[in-house]
Every structure is written in structure tokens, then in C-alpha cells.
Design a protein around this ligand. Structure first.
Ligand code: GDP
Ligand code: MN
Length: 387
């Protein structure tokens, strides 16, 4: 789970990393109040889960109430690299002498965390690694040992730092690694880590991705995340023992089994459609599970058609059909539902759906179902289901 910048900054601050004073706002008035209490100038930053906001105009410096209101209005009404922001972070603007990069991530090939440091900050680390590989310092860290002093010293020297900033830099690297471990993160990144005109280190940006599998150990992270729909849907799915993956198309996919989910994505894609998500109800799903899954998936407002693709093995098609009808009674939706059932109790399942008067569209094959779902999504509610 990727956290927003302001959430990541809260967590880093709690670990002892300096961040600019700031507060989020979701209206121009609130942004002005924040700015006045911080004092001008301030940075107004769109809270979106994409990088490269700086270059895309998602970070503005404001010197007056009018400028703060204008920046906030712009950032909340437009898109930043395709993403909509529902809030901005208003921060004290920092006078930057230098920008550096530091991060810790998991290196799959080495099967260890790796500490990364670069004297070139504020730019995508992947592009620096490509254009100037020597400008990136990397050291794998053995979790049972932690970050040795010689590693942080080498990183500071590589970044061209001496004396006090070098000491502070080493301390920040150690703290960042400690935060990475404590948060069960797959990535913590500060880009840029600024050296201010006064010589202090401060995290101007922060990115944290927490391993979804360990979220249950981090109520603080979940609390920090708050009530945003995408995160909530995934939490709910996990609590119900379902796995939910959000994508950016418009056909919702409810399937049983990861392999079948992949096949369903492939067919949709091949036929020119795009999945909005997939929700895997797993093997042996009963009607309650199907009902929960449907409620979660239909909350996604991107969905224009729902494709339910079930291959009955241990899972029985009649149970799935009953779950589907049960769930549709509980939700009011006009999203067309296309169903393909195959395998155990297939005929029974189809009969239940056909005689239900629910308007559910039954397909014989996956290809046919995918075509119907794509058409329905395109026509946007041509086939209506009354739940
Ligand atoms: P990103 O482009 O999405 O990674 O967003 P960042 O938070 O890294 O901001 C991009 C750039 O904006 C940084 O590299 C800084 O140069 C600049 N920036 C961000 N915050 C401040 C600030 O408080 N003061 C100043 N002067 N510049 C800032
Ligand atoms: Mn950044």
C-alpha cells in the first residue's frame, strides 16, 4: 500500500526524520488558514499517488493568501499526471542549498534490503541510474546485522559530504533503514532530501510503500491512511479473505482463482476491453463470500460492466448464483452483470439465474462473456440490471 506524501511524512517524523511543518487541506479556505499559521512563503503540493509532480506543475510556491487559494483551486480541480487530488499539503517553503536522494527498498535478486543514496536529488532515481550510474550508491543490508557504520560513511563520502552534514546524513540513513524495518515497508524514499541554507537536513518529499501482507501489524499505518475508498476496499477484501486488485479500466471482474483471473484479464485485453479490477473469491466460495465480494466490487465507481467468471470445481455454481442474487438484493446498482458459469452444478446455477428475473446476462463461453461485458461497458448501461 502506497501512502500519500503527508502520511509518509508523519510516519518519518515519528521516527525522528525532520520534515517541513505543514498540514493538509481540501479547500482553498483551509489552505489559506494553514498558510497563515505557517507564515509565507509556503509550498502547496497535490496529494496524488504519482511521482514527478514537480515537473507536472503539482508543486507550487505561494507568497500570499491569493496565491495559496489559486494554487489550491488549480491543484484540486485539475489532474496531476492523470491523477485527481482530493487534498493538498501546505508546507513551510524551505530554502534549498542542495538536493540529495536516499531510499531503502527490497532487492528481489539479492533477497535483501538495499540502501540507496545519491548526490543527485529531486530527479527520478531510475533515470539517474540509467544516465549516470556512478551517481548512485547502493549497498545491500543484511537484516540480522543492520546498516554498518562503514556503509553510511561511504554513502556520505559518495554524496560529497563532510563534517556536520555528513554526520547528519549518516544518522538519517540509519533512521530511514530503521523506519523501513519497523513499517514492514517495501520502499521508503526521500527525494529530495534537502540541505537547507542553514546546513540542516530535511525531507522535502517522502514515499512509503508498506507490504500489504503485513498491514495487519500496523494499525498506525491504516489509521494514517484514513477513509479513502481504494484503500478501504482492499482492506475489506482482505478482512473477508478475498484478494482484490484495482486496475484502471471499466470492466469489473469477479473470478475464482488467480489463474482464471489472469486468463480473464487476457481475454478482455485481447478483445479490446480493460479491466477495472479483479476480485478473486478463491476456491470453495460460498454464497456469503460471493455476496461480500460483489458489494466490495460494486463500490468501485469506475465500473461500467461486471463480468463474473466462475469455474466450478470445489466451488459450486449454484452457490455462486445464489450468492449473486442475494448480494444484488442488498445493493442498488444499474451496472450490467454478465455471468459465465462452468463446471460443478453449472446447469443448476444457470437455472437459478435464468428464473430469477434479475436481468443478469448469461454467456456460454468466456469469450462471449468478455464480448458482452466490453459492449455493455461501451454502451454504458445498455443492458440494465435492476438489483
Ligand atoms: P515529486 O516531483 O512528485 O517527486 O514532488 P517533490 O515533493 O519531490 O517536489 C518536487 C520539487 O519541488 C522538489 O525537488 C523541490 O525542488 C521542489 N520543492 C518541494 N518542496 C519545496 C519547498 O518547500 N521549497 C522549495 N523551494 N522547493 C520545494
Ligand atoms: Mn520527489
Amino acid at each position: 500500500m502506497r501512502l500519500h506524501e503527508h502520511q509518509a511524512k508523519h510516519l518519518l517524523l515519528a521516527h525522528g526524520i525532520a520534515v517541513p511543518r505543514g498540514e493538509v487541506a481540501s479547500t482553498p479556505e483551509a489552505a489559506q488558514r494553514n498558510a497563515r499559521s505557517l507564515g509565507y512563503p509556503v509550498a502547496v503540493k497535490a496529494q496524488v499517488l504519482v511521482g514527478g509532480r514537480g515537473k507536472a506543475g503539482g508543486v507550487r510556491i505561494a507568497r500570499t493568501d491569493t496565491e495559496v487559494a489559486k494554487a489550491t483551486t488549480d491543484l484540486l480541480s485539475g489532474r496531476v499526471r492523470g491523477a485527481l487530488a482530493s487534498s493538498v499539503l501546505v508546507e513551510e517553503a524551505v530554502s534549498i542549498a542542495r538536493e540529495l536522494y536516499i531510499g531503502v527498498t527490497l532487492d528481489g535478486a539479492q533477497q535483501m534490503p538495499v540502501l540507496i543514496s545519491s548526490p543527485i536529488g529531486g530527479i527520478d532515481i531510475e533515470s539517474i541510474a540509467t544516465t549516470e550510474p556512478n551517481a548512485v550508491y547502493r549497498a545491500a543490508v543484511r537484516p540480522c546485522i543492520g546498516v554498518p557504520v562503514y556503509v553510511t560513511r561511504a554513502a556520505a563520502a559518495h554524496a560529497g559530504l563532510t563534517d556536520e552534514p555528513a554526520r547528519a546524513y549518516q544518522e538519517t540513513l540509519r533512521t530511514l533503514y530503521a523506519a523501513f524495518i519497523a513499517l514492514d515497508a517495501t520502499l521508503v524514499e526521500i527525494n529530495p532530501l534537502a540541505i537547507t541554507a542553514e546546513g540542516a537536513l530535511i525531507a522535502l518529499d517522502a514515499k512509503i510503500i508498506v507490504d500489504d501482507n503485513s498491514l495487519y501489524r500496523h494499525p498506525d499505518v491504516i489509521a494514517e491512511w484514513g477513509g479513502e475508498p481504494e484503500g478501504v476496499a482492499r482492506h475489506e477484501a482482505r478482512d473477508a479473505g478475498l484478494s482484490f486488485v484495482e486496475l484502471d479500466g471499466d470492466v469489473g471482474c469477479l473470478v475464482n482463482g488467480a489463474g482464471l483471473a489472469m486468463a480473464t484479464m487476457d481475454i478482455l485485453q485481447m478483445l479490446g476491453g480493460r479491466a477495472a479490477n479483479f476480485l478473486d473469491i478463491g476456491g470453495g466460495a460460498d454464497s456469503d463470500r460471493v455476496a461480500t465480494a460483489l458489494q466490495i466490487i460494486l463500490r468501485d465507481t469506475q465500473i461500467k460492466a461486471l463480468l463474473l467468471n466462475v469455474f466450478g470445481g470445489i466451488t459450486r455454481c449454484d452457490e455462486v448464483a445464489n450468492g449473486l442474487l442475494h448480494a444484488l438484493q442488498g445493493v442498488s446498482t444499474d451496472v450490467p452483470v454478465i455471468v459465465r458459469l462452468a463446471g460443478t452444478n453449472e446447469e443448476e446455477g444457470r437455472r437459478i439465474l435464468e428464473s430469477s428475473g434479475s436481468g443478469i446476462v448469461l454467456a456460454k463461453t468466456l469469450t462471449e462473456a468478455a464480448r458482452l461485458a466490453i459492449d455493455a461497458a461501451r454502451q454504458d448501461r445498455a443492458l440494465r440490471v435492476v438489483g
